[in-house]
Design a protein around this ligand. Sequence first.
Ligand code: NAD
Length: 505
Amino acid sequence: MVKEPQVTLKRVSHWIGGRVVEGRSGRSGPVWNPATGEQQAVVDFASVEEVDQAVAVAKEAFKSWRQTPLSRRAEIMFRFRELLDQNRRRLAELIVLEHGKTLADALGEVARGLENVEFAAGIPHLLKGSFSEQVSRGVDVYQIRQPLGVVAGITPFNFPAMVPMWMFANAIACGNTFVLKPSEKDPSPSLFLAELLKEAGLPDGVFNVVQGDKVAVDRLLEHPDIKAISFVGSTPTAKYIYETGTKNGKRVQALGGAKNHMVVLPDADIGMAADAAVSAAYGSAGERCMAISVVVAVGDNTAEALIAAIKERLPKIKVGPGLEEGVEMGPLVTREHRDKVASYIENAPKEGATVVVDGRQDPITKREGFFLGVSLLDHVKPGMRCYDEEIFGPVLSVVRVKTYEEAVRLINEHPYGNGTAIFTRDGGAARQFQFDVEAGMVGINVPIPVPVAYYSFGGWKASLFGDLHMYGPEGVQFYTRAKVVTSRWPDPSTSRVDLGFPQVR
Ligand code: NAD
């Protein structure tokens, strides 16, 4: 049952103009502790007026922030990076408490977020323009990139610190001001990041957080002073955000869901492929958009050997509360989500799949908390719910195919195209796969190919709506717009009227 705010329950509010601002909308939501199943906090849900207040503050802050020298912006990013580094553990613990992932996993999330801050600290170099001298007699042309204004980020529950950093580090370094709408399921890490940014010297109003639900999101999508929207979340919401945001004249990048296939060719090292599949499928309880959820085994011998190797590894995975020593996999984020994931296992045999390992039978499910053990499904095929849909839980499906061509066709016909991987010892086959496959991020003997911060992150097909990928060079492009200047410093005595169209020769 959802509890009303009371003295013992923490209240998570907004961050506007450099301070915590308690919500006045009268609407709020519960924040659960997934490891105990108890409600641990109440999060305020912003009203339209509260979103407007945050946007107005950000708009005002933009006036001076865009004039702040690049060296100063870089200095703030460096300081923020140092503070993040010093507070890794505190931030990671906040993530574990509300998300449920293990401490080691949360520390990994912080480390990958920090990479994006390091990248953004190089902003003086990243914003260098281009210059062409003497494009015509005495005429020079140069291109500069300028910030957009107030930009917004809407983020998912599964990376409550890293995904906001994917967005705001570049956005702010480029000279924009930012309004973040975090997931209502784990809203606290964003406030801690706001505190660290302030301590790093970021002027008030440059970074703001509005907590909430669809009301806040819809207001951001239609607010005339929001110039761009970055979104990460599920595909139906991503599509809605893209369509509504662009209809309202905004620049939008909306990253959606995934179904990441890992192809295992007959020549692969089966032990290595099994280690990779298990790590990438069950890490973070499968609640990663780059999780491997389908193994495509080429040939029945490969499938048999791989399934045996995976089965051998599964009982050794320690499932439990994320802060407990030695735990490798935590609970799912909410009870509803756990039950939804379990429904795919329930349904699988009815559709013709085989349940090799059933996570619902794991003794961990007897504990309080939103626990589910690891599951393995075999003989999965297109048309089954467990294949067609993103499960986003600790369920790995095996699809058996006869040839490499069949494996590639399977991946290319799936609506999602976020990440994919191939395991083989054949360089030529790997090269061919990289060429053929329709996905935005490809791993060769790497199961979770999340690009480093100086490349950009993004899928293809229903995994991304918009043109530019997130963070890295494309992030800088997304948060700035180009201006091309043509200049001439002629001798006034040579000046004359000329109605002809300007030509360059
Ligand atoms: P979600 O789509 O439910 O929520 C994401 C954000 O959108 C939240 O802030 C939420 O409050 C808001 N939202 C939800 N429904 C909305 C609606 N109808 N209208 C307006 N706003 C709405 O996603 P989630 O469950 O928080 O996150 C998991 C999903 O995110 C998975 O599908 C996963 O694959 C995806 N994801 C994708 C990437 C990527 O890079 N492609 C990365 C991480 C997560």
